[in-house]
Structures are given as structure tokens and as C-alpha cells.
Design a protein around this ligand. Structure first.
Ligand SMILES: Cc1cc2nc3c(=O)[nH]c(=O)nc-3n(C[C@H](O)[C@H](O)[C@H](O)COP(=O)(O)OP(=O)(O)OC[C@H]3O[C@@H](n4cnc5c(N)ncnc54)[C@H](O)[C@@H]3O)c2cc1C
Ligand code: SF4
Ligand code: SF4
Length: 422
């Protein structure tokens, strides 16, 4: 049963989702209705669905049933359960068996190693995920990787907008086993969509996510270009992290210059994070709908320097456990020590605080008459810290329009998310 604050109203259309700041730009709109929606980069640097035709709320009902701005649900396939961290079978440290993968990847390369293992073992024919757009490397683009080396080449965290699910329909049309590596919000959309589209359970063999602190809009990346006096068309490389853990943010230009910042330098000024509204209201940034979620495990939540790259892995269900065990047996993954939920409280204090504050934030939105998503199985009411400041602050910000966004104008021009299939 949903545990949504029932006084709230919910988005009734894609327009409601976008205008309420609840769209994360996952791309599902475009995948399900490419004749009606086109993912577009807004002037604020957010990927949003722009209408190609006059609104048709009836026809968009199937998108809304899966849209992570309208509905979020945890899956409960684990053998254990924790109030904060949800349902799971196993929590452990791990890293990629291949040293190059471990080095290149965002953290210890677990997601890449699992993707490569799926391909190498024949369990999957391709992986749907995202990587730097080769033409505009500051931006991300959905990709099909069909070989382990392609998955490795596309390792790394992309901190700007990403619309991996724009590729979902093209993936299903291939009628082959495939894996997805994406964000937790993407995973909830895929699980919800599976209720309407049986091809997902038939062909999707693994749903893998990173634990997620929030996606910045493109302005965060643009600010870096501005700082170095660069323009986007000068770039050949825009890497947010990786090549070490966490590794440096690195920009390279066509004329051979390179610019670097440490992770700490990139994120030291929180006022410049430009995290999207949906992320500030995210009820599941820890991958409760995935088979496996991979995380950073720095004590206290912040790196103090470079290290060899250790992931925390939250295995969510039997399918995830089988994949984890097979990848270890094949040498694609190296397991470290076991973890428990209280270890994660230390690794991810911001996630704990967010889970505990969400019910109050949603009450604040509801009090301001601002739409909120429906949610189920995420324990938000049980975790409610009843923080009156959070509630009042959300009500005030919603009332002042600070969570609201403009809907992109009707468009006829292909923009952000044409296929990058290999
Ligand atoms: C926006 C963002 C915020 C994050 N915040 C946190 C946090 O608060 N706490 C934490 O523990 N970890 C966070 N991470 C996750 C962390 O950076 C690593 O991704 C995670 O530890 C997995 O590491 P890995 O070495 O296994 O990943 P890799 O092996 O490098 O694989 C990363 C995979 O993720 C995919 N990917 C990368 N960026 C995106 C994106 N934006 N959208 C969809 N798919 C993407 C890539 O296609 C690739 O397949 C965040 C990641 C992102 C992208
Ligand atoms: S979150 Fe995804 S499905 Fe929902 S409106 Fe945005 S792009 Fe469409
Ligand atoms: S914080 Fe939540 S909504 Fe934002 S990108 Fe991460 S999983 Fe998606």
C-alpha cells in the first residue's frame, strides 16, 4: 500500500511532472512516445521532455504509471530488511578483478565489472547505459555496449543530466537478453514499466545502479568551462572522476591542453552543486528497485585523498546475488569484507538524513498545494524525523515557486538524445 501523505495531490500529466520539478529527465517519455516527446536540453541545463504535438493526457497515462516523477516503489526481493537501507540479501565490499577496470572506473569498477561479466559469460548480449557523448563530451548519451571493452571504455560517473531510458524501447526491440546500468530513479521506472510491458521481465537480465547523491544540471559543468575560459566545442574529454578513486575531474581540448581538479575541489562549494529538484526530493537514491546497487564507502561520506577503489555493494535480491556470486567465481569481481546497514549509515550519512527528512519535505509541499509523487514500500512515514524546519522550509520554497520549472516549448528539432547505438 502506498504510504504517501494522503493530503497531497499528485501529478496528472507529464506537464504536471515537469512543472512541479519532479522530472529527472530519465528519457522514458521519449522511449514510449517518440512521436509526442523529445528529450531536450533546457536553457537551465536540464534534460526534459519537450512536446512534439498538442498534449494528449490519455495517451500519456502509460508513461505516468512508470514515470519516477509520478510514482516511486521499492522492490522487496531481499532476505533481510533495514528501515533505512531497505530490502537486501548481502552487503559487502568489492572491486573489479581487472586492475585496469578498477583504475578507470568511478570507484572500484563493480558496475563495469558486472556489465562486462554479463557480456563475457553470454548472460547478456548488450548493456544499456550512458557515457560521454563523443561529439560533446561534457554531455552524456545513452549507449548500447556489446563488448566488455566497450563497457570498460564507458566506465565512470557522469554528474550531469542523463537520459539512459531514452534507449529502453530500442533495447526491447532487439529481443535479446540485456542489462541496464543506470541511476536508482531509472530503476524504479523500469520496474514500474515492467508491470505494463512483459518484454522487460523476459529480456532484462540485470538492473544495476549506483547509489546516488543527486544529479547536477549542466550548469555545474559549464561553470568549470567558464572558470578555465573554454567553450564546449573545444573539448575532446570531460571526465568527472575515475582514473583513480575518486580520481580527478579532467578536461582535454582539441589543441592539446588539459585541466584538472580534485574531487574535493570540484564539490567544496555546495552552493554551486546545482542539484536538480527531483533529487532534493528523492525517496530512493539507494537503489531499492535494482538487483544490485554500488556505492562509495568513504568513512563519513567524504574522501580524504586517493585510494585503490573500493565499492560497497548492496545486493537486493536472489537474481543480484546469483550475478554477484558468478562474477566472483569468474574472477571478474573480487569480494572484500562483509558490511551491514550500520556501516552504510557511516559511509552515507547524507542518505540517512535524506530518508529521515523526506516525509516532512513532502508534507511541506502538500501544504503549499504543490504536487508530489506517489510512493510505496519506501518507509518514509516510519523514518519520519518530523523535522518542522524541513517541513516549513519546503512549504515556503514551494509557495515561492522555487520547486517549479517551465515546460520546454513545443519542438520539432531533434536535440539531446538520439541513439548512440554501437
Ligand atoms: C550523479 C551521481 C551521484 C552520485 N552520488 C553518490 C553518492 O552520494 N554516494 C555514493 O556512494 N555514490 C554516489 N555516486 C556513485 C559513485 O560515483 C559510483 O558510480 C559508484 O560507486 C559505482 O562505482 P563503480 O566504480 O562501480 O562505477 P563504474 O564501474 O565506473 O560504472 C559506472 C556506470 O554508471 C553509469 N553511469 C555513470 N553516470 C551515470 C549517470 N549520471 N546516469 C546513469 N548512469 C550513469 C555508467 O554508464 C557506467 O556504466 C554517484 C554517481 C552519480 C553518477
Ligand atoms: S521523469 Fe522521465 S518519464 Fe517522467 S516526465 Fe521526466 S523524462 Fe518523462
Ligand atoms: S538523487 Fe534520485 S532523482 Fe536524483 S538522479 Fe539520483 S536517483 Fe535520480
Amino acid at each position: 500500500m502506498p504510504d504517501t501523505p494522503n493530503a497531497a495531490c499528485h501529478p496528472q500529466s507529464i506537464r504536471d511532472v515537469v512543472e512541479s520539478g519532479l522530472c529527472i529527465g530519465c528519457g522514458l517519455c521519449q522511449a514510449l512516445a517518440p512521436d509526442r516527446w523529445r528529450m531536450t536540453m533546457t536553457v537551465e541545463g536540464r534534460l526534459r521532455p519537450a512536446p512534439l504535438k498538442p498534449a494528449n493526457p490519455g495517451a500519456d497515462a502509460e508513461i505516468l504509471r512508470a514515470c519516477p516523477g509520478a510514482f516511486v516503489e521499492a522492490s522487496a526481493g531481499g532476505t533481510k530488511s533495514d528501515m533505512v537501507w531497505g530490502s537486501y540479501t548481502h552487503m559487502a565490499e568489492a572491486w573489479a578483478g581487472d586492475a585496469d577496470t578498477r583504475f578507470r572506473a568511478a570507484t572500484g569498477g563493480v558496475l563495469t565489472a558486472l556489465g562486462a561479466h554479463l557480456l563475457r559469460s553470454g548472460k547478456a548480449k548488450f548493456i544499456l547505459h550512458c557515457a560521454a557523448d563523443p561529439e560533446r563530451p561534457m554531455r552524456s548519451k545513452w549507449m548500447f555496449s556489446e563488448t566488455p571493452s566497450q563497457v570498460v571504455a564507458r566506465a565512470g560517473s557522469r554528474y550531469g543530466p542523463s537520459d539512459t531510458l531514452s534507449g529502453l524501447e530500442a533495447a526491447l526491440e532487439r529481443q535479446q537478453p540485456f542489462g541496464i546500468i543506470a541511476k536508482p530513479c531509472d530503476a524504479t521506472a523500469v520496474r514500474a514499466r515492467a508491470k505494463d510491458d512483459p518484454r522487460i521481465d523476459q529480456h532484462l537480465v540485470a538492473l544495476l545502479v549506483m547509489v546516488c547523491g543527486g544529479a547536477s544540471d549542466l550548469g555545474k559543468s559549464q561553470a568549470l568551462l567558464d572558470e578555465y575560459g573554454l567553450t564546449e566545442d573545444e573539448l575532446t574529454v570531460f571526465r568527472y572522476r575515475g582514473f583513480g578513486n575518486p580520481g580527478r575531474t579532467r578536461l582535454e581540448t582539441k589543441d592539446g591542453r588539459a585541466f584538472e581538479k580534485t574531487y574535493q575541489e570540484l564539490w567544496e562549494d555546495e552552493s554551486g552543486w546545482r542539484i536538480q529538484t527531483r533529487c532534493k526530493l528523492c525517496p530512493d537514491a539507494i537503489g531499492e528497485a535494482a538487483d544490485i546497487a554500488a556505492a562509495d564507502i568513504w568513512p563519513g561520506g567524504t574522501p580524504t585523498g586517493e585510494d585503490a577503489g573500493l565499492n560497497g555493494v548492496i545486493v537486493r535480491n536472489d537474481r543480484g546475488q546469483a550475478l554477484f556470486d558468478q562474477a566472483v567465481a569468474a574472477g571478474d569481481l573480487v569480494p572484500g569484507k562483509d558490511h551491514g546497514p550500520r556501516d552504510y549509515d557511516d559511509f552515507q550519512p547524507h542518505q540517512v538524513a535524506k530518508k529521515r527528512s523526506l516525509a516532512a519535505r513532502l508534507r511541506g509541499l502538500a501544504a503549499a498545494g504543490h504536487p508530489v509523487y506517489r510512493h510505496a514500500g519506501l518507509r518514509l512515514d516510519d523514518l519520519d524525523a518530523a523535522n518542522k524546519d524541513q517541513e516549513a522550509g519546503s512549504e515556503m520554497r514551494a509557495g515561492a515557486g522555487r520547486f517549479s520549472e517551465a515546460m520546454p516549448e513545443k519542438t520539432t528539432v531533434p536535440d539531446a538524445s538520439d541513439s548512440a547505438q554501437e
